[in-house]
Design a binder for this molecule. Structure first.
Ligand SMILES: Cc1cc2nc3c(=O)[nH]c(=O)nc-3n(C[C@H](O)[C@H](O)[C@H](O)COP(=O)(O)OP(=O)(O)OC[C@H]3O[C@@H](n4cnc5c(N)ncnc54)[C@H](O)[C@@H]3O)c2cc1C
Length: 409
């Protein structure tokens, strides 16, 4: 980490500080940093730093948690494996170890990330939450505020991720529910739900997998399926459905690949609509490319729904003390509720710049592959709705863009 305390004379940004600071005020210390600042030490922040290092550019990574990849360390369940095969999840410049399985476990993925950070000698500044960032047009630098220091830098890379904060839905009566309400980010395993009736709200990959985990711990899970969704087998023709889709898209348009995937799915997993899982009108790849909605890759949950071990309910109407009422009029008693309702970006809460990121959802306004670069040295890595594959593509582009500028200073 290279910090340069600039002479205050001649620097308009630091001069303004001198005029406002007194010995008693709590204005953060100002530090001019020559290298790019990366916010977030998840896979995206690490990938960006490694790619920069590979181009001879050092970087400073600021991370609010006390470790790298805090999402994977603290906010994921025990049975989690990568949903996609390892070749689509490796970060740039360092493949997964050959002896890792096709779908590495959470611990294997974490050990890979630890080795990655070690290999590129990445040392994030931990326990440092970025609370506000704005561009100072006067000195042409980004003002990056943490609680105790204000950094000034020329390049800012936002890598705080699509999963920065939990989404908790507004459900009438939820506060009155007389049992535990847990977001999947706090769910580890089904042990404490043994013989309990548990309602899982949300049917993405996490909600589906948590239901399966609950079954394995002899709980009685029910799944709320509010919208239509595509469930696809994780593998087709002895290869991953994801890999097969990418390969087919090289030769064929989406309008042919989508019906093909649905045809094979129907043969392999049957009609899902009679299970309460209606398919959207748009095909899985088209839905992903237009709305970023990821299809669910079945890891065994469908069989449990079919056998009746997992019940399916429609949208919730309201929650009461012990009961939940659904829009179809059914009322059921539950001991616990698990919210598999996803996450959101936190960028609008701290980045005072609306040129690259939308204030509404905290994602880049321009869709992939054009959402990685803004004005004045602002970059984004990891907001493509394309998982770690998107991260790798963007981290490489950002480093290639910054390197020639760095060499000029
Ligand atoms: C259960 C689950 C399974 C998944 N499985 C896959 C998969 O198999 N394949 C795949 O490609 N993707 C998967 N994903 C998507 C996942 O988003 C990526 O794998 C990856 O974690 C994204 O990395 P990231 O660095 O962009 O974000 P994150 O991993 O979320 O890292 C962002 C970091 O920024 C930090 N941060 C946030 N705000 C601030 C702030 N203001 N100041 C300082 N630091 C801050 C956070 O603490 C965090 O450490 C999965 C996601 C989940 C939730």
């Amino acid at each position: 980490m290279e910090e340069v305390e600039f002479k205050r004379v001649h620097d308009p940004c630091l001069q303004s500080d001198m005029t406002t600071s007194t010995s008693t005020d709590t204005t953060p210390r100002r530090v001019r940093v020559r290298e790019p600042i990366i916010v977030g030490a998840g896979p995206s922040g690490l990938a960006a730093a490694a790619c920069l290092k590979n181009q001879g550019v050092p970087a400073m990574i600021l991370e609010r948690a006390n470790c790298i990849a805090s999402l994977w360390q603290f906010r994921t369940y025990d049975r989690l494996r990568l949903h996609l095969p390892k070749q689509f999840c490796q970060l740039p410049l360092m493949p997964f170890p050959v002896d890792f399985p096709t779908y590495p476990t959470k611990d294997q993925f974490l050990s890979y990330l630890e080795s990655y950070a070690k290999n590129f000698d990445l040392k994030p500044v931990f326990n440092t939450t970025v609370v506000s960032v704005e561009f100072d047009g006067l000195c042409g630098l980004w003002r990056v505020k943490t609680k105790s220091i204000e950094y000034l830098c020329q390049w800012l890379i936002v890598a705080t991720g699509e999963n920065a904060e939990e989404v908790v839905p507004r459900l009438e009566g939820l506060n009155e529910f007389n049992g535990p309400i847990v977001h999947t980010s706090s769910y580890k395993r089904g042990e404490c739900f043994h013989h309990k009736s548990v309602l899982v709200v949300g049917c993405g990959n996490s909600g589906m997998e948590v239901c399966l985990d609950l079954c394995n711990y002899n709980a009685f899970p029910s799944l709320v399926v509010r919208d239509s969704l595509h469930v696809l087998p994780q593998e087709m023709f002895w290869m991953s459905t994801f890999g097969l889709s990418i390969w087919l898209l090289k030769w064929l348009p989406i309008r042919i690949v989508d019906p093909f995937l649905l045809f094979v799915s129907r043969i392999m997993i049957g009609d899902t609509s009679h299970l309460g899982l209606n398919r959207p009108k748009l095909g899985p790849l088209e839905l992903k490319s237009i709305y970023g909605k990821t299809p669910v890759l079945d890891v065994g949950t469908l069989a449990k729904i079919r056998s009746g071990d997992i019940k399916v309910f429609p949208k919730i109407k309201k929650v009461a003390c012990h009961n939940v009422e659904f829009v179809d009029g059914r009322i059921e008693k539950f001991d616990a509720i698990i919210l598999a309702t996803g996450y959101r970006s936190n960028v609008p809460t701290w980045l005072k710049d609306t040129n690259l990121f939308s204030e509404k959802d905290g994602y880049p306004k321009k869709k992939f592959p054009n959402g990685w670069k803004g004005d004045h040295g602002l970059y984004a890595v990891g907001f493509t709705k394309r998982g770690l594959l998107g991260t790798s593509i963007e981290a490489t582009k950002v480093a290639e863009d910054i390197a020639p500028q760095w060499k000029l200073i």
